[in-house]
Design a protein around this ligand. Structure first.
Ligand code: DAH
Length: 360
């Protein structure tokens, strides 16, 4: 039996090495390693070997199989890389099975996010992000949103047990960026990302949507800088003739605060009630903004101290409200996208309907 195994091995190795094309190689493989091949035959006759030798023969038989398989693989590779013999990859051939996959395309929201990042990077803003699962400190406390504020009611945010929630706004990233000891003013960041609110779903509300947050902190940043940035951004996104206006508003983390409007990019107010976008108002709201509330800077200074920030004796913390000012803004990305492309129902973004998605 041992002799037989040795002979099969020797001849097999020779035959595999001599196979000069794929067809011959496959035939040799069947002869040695196939269902009715030599190896199978050896394995099934182990039962008739005297018990004392069985273990040794079993080991040799397994070795035989492994070596022949290796000889097959080696020759297969050699044939494939040899010029003019093995399978040559022809990129012009149709795919096996005849199926040609349709190329995907950019989702309208992703297209708007790329545009926003391009525009803000031209204005000197760095793109950053933050976690979607947040604690109450980042989502509320340090943004000066008091414990009794209605937004903190349990039915107005998706809480994940005590103190943790799915962030309801990207303003959380303002805190995350400023409390990071690796950062110092001046600071210019934008943070696009997903936010969550248990709103009743309709044509303009979804429970998951996207915002882009902006923050600029430096010495002597003013409301004029804020207006300049928002005006530049609206012109870039909606067109060069779009104007911008501010309406007084309130947000706990900015003071003063404003609602920013752009003149209707579709009719500039000329079509009156007939305009389906501005409905005669001539203006459409883009988002909230304002000057960073000193209370936010104070919270950030406190957290940085807790994290071990060291100051020179008598030195002022880098984000001290007497040292820096800043502005912040937050826009709804779905909203910008709806204005830009004339989409009238926010649910379309989530339904994955190809008839909708193929239009972009
Ligand atoms: N976080 C606000 C919201 O979700 C939007 C916002 C308003 C962000 C004013 C800001 C801001 O940074 O200054 O409604």
């Amino acid at each position: 039996m041992k002799d037989r195994i040795a002979r099969i091995l020797e001849e097999g190795i020779e035959e595999f090495a001599a196979a000069s094309d794929r067809k011959t190689l496959d035939a040799v493989r069947a002869k040695y390693l196939g269902q009715k091949g030599f190896v199978k035959d050896v394995l099934s006759s182990i039962g008739s070997v005297p018990p004392a030798e069985r273990k040794e023969i079993g080991r040799l038989a397994n070795e035989l199989r492994a070596k022949l398989e290796a000889a097959f693989e080696k020759q297969k590779k050699a044939l494939a890389s040899a010029p003019g013999t093995g399978t040559v990859f022809d990129p012009t051939e149709p795919p096996a099975g005849g199926e040609i996959r349709e190329l995907g395309r950019t989702h309208p929201l992703s297209a708007v996010v790329s545009d926003l990042l391009r525009i803000f990077s031209c204005l000197g803003f760095e793109a950053v992000d933050g976690p979607e699962v947040e604690d109450e400190r980042h989502n509320f406390d340090d943004l000066n949103i008091p414990k009794d504020h209605p937004a903190r009611d349990s039915w107005d945010s998706f809480y994940l047990g005590r103190n943790m929630l799915l962030r309801s706004q990207t303003s959380t990233v303002q805190i995350r960026v400023m409390e990071d000891l690796a950062r110092m003013p001046p600071l210019r960041v934008v943070a696009p990302g997903r936010v969550y609110r248990p709103d009743k779903i309709d044509a303009t509300h979804a429970s998951t949507f996207h915002q882009i947050e902006g923050l600029w902190v430096d010495r002597d940043v003013s409301m004029a800088d804020l207006k300049g940035v928002i005006a530049a951004f609206c012109r870039e996104l909606f067109g060069p003739s779009v104007r911008t206006r501010f309406r007084p508003s309130f947000f706990p983390f900015t003071e003063p605060s404003a609602e920013a409007d752009a003149s209707c990019p579709r009719c500039s107010g000329r079509r009156g009630l007939a305009c389906s976008l501005c409905k005669g108002a001539g203006w459409i709201e883009v988002g909230g903004c304002g000057m960073v509330n000193p209370k936010v800077f104070e919270a950030v200074c406190g957290e940085r101290l807790r994290r071990g920030e060291t100051l020179p004796p008598g030195g002022m913390p880098p984000f001290h409200p007497e040292r820096v000012t800043g502005f912040a803004f937050g826009f709804g990305i779905e909203r910008l996208c709806m204005i830009r492309f004339g989409i009238d129902d926010i649910r379309l973004f989530l339904e994955n309907d190809l008839r909708f998605l193929r239009q972009f």
